[in-house]
Write a protein that binds this ligand. Structure first.
Ligand code: 3PG
Length: 216
């Protein structure tokens, strides 16, 4: 069997860095900084003009990293992402057309939900690992706890609002495989080429998560 989205999220745990890159020249150095911080999986969002070039550059420089494309909101972006070398794809929601495009592209897909009805829709399409977006602090923690009951076996990657401060509150939930976020590589640090600081934040997130694994 090929790569599954479940395997992608397991490998990403604790954190899937969500990258917003407008300067391709910084992409490889950023990926190196994250890799030095223990990151094995990252998501380049298609929110900037050069995002696909940045994704391709990272994929070429780091064959051992799993590189995905995020913020896919148009069906045609799935094939474009695959052709640029994306190994998985992520959307901030789910529609019938996006599900078809993901199937056609043949890539592991992480669609997003924010309500029980959307989880039901995702289940109809066969998705059992979902992004929870946005992750709104305590309200989303309550929601994830509630979803545990009816949706046994469904796993989530909360994203959109995760910080170093609330990371553990999400990671300790049994239905959360990993969290995603831009806080680990914020634009100001990327622009400043503060690679050591980004490595440090990635290492700190891992250390925090490891303290949790040891307790349970
Ligand atoms: C995403 O696209 O996954 C989120 O918008 C990232 O949200 P964050 O900036 O709060 O991490």
């Amino acid at each position: 069997m090929g790569l599954t989205i479940e395997a992608v999220l397991q490998r990403a745990r604790p954190v899937l860095p969500v990258l917003v890159l407008d300067d391709v020249a910084l992409a490889v150095d950023l990926a190196a900084a994250l890799q030095a911080g223990g990151v094995e999986v990252l998501e380049v969002t298609l929110r900037t003009e050069r995002a696909l070039d940045a994704l391709a550059a990272i994929g070429k420089a780091f064959p051992s990293l799993l590189v995905g494309a995020g913020t896919l909101i148009h069906p045609e972006q799935f094939a474009e992402a695959r052709d640029a070398g994306a190994q998985f794809v992520v959307s901030p929601g789910l529609t019938a057309r996006l599900a078809r495009a993901a199937d056609d592209a043949g890539l592991p897909y992480l669609p997003a939900v924010s309500t029980p009805s959307e989880v039901l829709l995702a289940l109809e399409y066969g998705y059992r690992s979902l992004k929870l977006f946005p992750a709104n602090g305590n309200a989303s923690i309550k929601l994830l706890n509630t979803l545990k009951g009816p949706f046994t076996g469904i796993r989530f990657c909360p994203t959109g609002g995760i910080t170093a401060e609330n990371l553990l509150n999400f990671l300790r939930l049994p239905n959360v495989t990993c969290v995603g976020g831009t806080w680990i590589a914020p634009s100001n640090l990327i622009r400043a080429r503060a690679w050591d600081q980004i490595t440090q934040m990635a290492l700190e997130a891992r250390a925090l998560a490891a303290s949790l694994e040891h307790r349970t």
